[in-house]
Ligand binder design. Structure first.
Ligand code: PLP
Length: 380
């Protein structure tokens, strides 16, 4: 049975307060004349640097968050247990296969703590989402970063080659951040079969909902394989628009989930985030329209880039890698002076800038500021 957020509040004993107007944090801040750093106001910064959902969560999710404030004086255990159960139902797994985290970042930290340590090695692609390397090094483990292929997929042959007896964890980001590209599902399965039985694999599906119909992509949650070493992570920070509430989860085999959970922060998922996530899971229509809007926004981005004869990497996410035709660092500084924030370039892709898709109005601003750029310096 799927539990609605109202039912959650009833089960938590707060039915009587549903509907009570609770001031929303953003409003309090504005009323006091203070501006939250990421809050968008006319003339405020345009944040195209962290692949957030610029449109924010659905109205239903915002309402669920306000309602959950009535429970803020209680510890969140029951709320997070209910969310864990709901996620299990939706993915047709047992509740003990679901691990909740303070963002999927916490799951990455748990995986590093559970499977790495001195003398052990993490293998991942480069460039990729490398937060896990920070936690890996913290455990005393080594990190092996293997360049992507020319088509910006994980170079699975090279990764297999770099795997040895010290390797205990492999991290795969699919679609990949920062390139927005896919690694074919068939290749991933072959790769996993080749790995020694002692190696666990994290498959990060943070951008899963943006993929749409690609014949080479299939989620490891929606189409699982019979391999107890695979840990799949998802987040509510992207399409659900809940980056600020810090909530994500992993699906794993029961023993692996238990091992991960032993490193979790107890009561680390707060009641507002849990209720928001529950409402987000219920709001299937919002998910569908958000994915469609992202496809349209991405298409428009490609149109604008083509009109300027700029090179891009085909994206399956809510961001696009754009070849700046110059050191991207210069570009980032130019945009920053114009109040638009982009991430610093990474590693070997120093001419590329990763642009998160903002609202339609923000992207108009982006292209306006692009057109103010001086022509690139010609190298002699
Ligand atoms: C691939 C990937 N995984 C995980 C995360 C972190 O997500 P969360 O907010 O759930 O910690 C991000 C954030 O940008 C990401 O790009």
């Amino acid at each position: 049975m799927v539990i609605t957020r109202r039912a959650l509040l009833r089960r938590l004993g707060a039915g009587a307060v549903v509907g009570v107007a609770v001031p929303f944090l953003g409003c309090i801040s504005h009323a006091e004349g203070r501006q939250l750093p990421g809050a968008r106001h006319v003339g405020g910064p345009v944040l195209l640097n962290r692949n957030e959902n610029a449109y924010g969560p659905s109205e239903k999710v915002l309402a669920a968050m306000r309602e959950a404030l009535s429970l803020i004086h209680r510890f969140p255990r029951k709320a997070s247990d209910i969310l864990q159960g709901e996620i299990a139902i939706r993915h047709a797994v047992k509740p003990d296969q679901v691990v909740l985290g303070c963002g999927s970042t916490e799951i990455l930290r748990m995986a590093a703590a559970a499977f790495l340590g001195p003398g052990k090695t993490l293998v991942l692609a480069a460039p990729s989402f490398d937060v896990i390397t920070y936690y890996a090094r913290g455990t005393g483990a080594d990190v092996v970063a293997v360049p992507l292929t020319k088509r910006y997929a994980h170079d699975l042959d090279a990764m297999a080659h770099r795997t040895d007896t010290s390797t205990s964890l492999v991290y795969i980001c699919n679609p990949n951040n920062p390139t927005g590209t896919l690694t074919p599902r068939g290749d991933l399965e072959l790769f996993m079969r080749k790995l020694p039985t002692t190696v666990h694999v994290v498959v990060d599906e943070a951008y899963h909902h943006y993929v749409g119909g690609s014949s080479t992509y299939a989620s490891f949650i929606d189409h699982p394989i019979d391999d107890s070493r695979v840990i799949i992570t998802r987040t509510f920070s992207k399409i659900h628009g809940l980056a600020g509430s810090r909530i994500g989860y992993a699906i794993a085999s029961s023993p692996v989930a238990r091992r991960l959970s032993s490193y979790r922060l107890l009561d680390g998922v707060n009641v507002v985030a849990a209720n928001a996530a529950l409402a987000a899971l219920d709001d299937v229509e919002h998910l569908r329209t958000s994915a469609q809007r992202n496809t349209d926004d991405r298409e428009e981005f490609f149109n604008q880039a083509n009109a300027r004869m700029l090179r891009t990497i085909d994206s399956h996410t809510n961001f696009v890698m754009l070849n700046a035709g110059r050191p991207a660092e210069e570009l980032v500084e130019h945009f920053e002076k114009n109040n638009i924030f982009l991430p610093r370039p990474v590693g070997a892709m120093s001419n590329y800038v990763r642009v998160s898709l903002g609202t339609a109005a923000e992207m108009v601003e982006f292209w306006h500021v692009w057109d103010l750029l001086p022509p690139p310096k010609m190298s002699m």
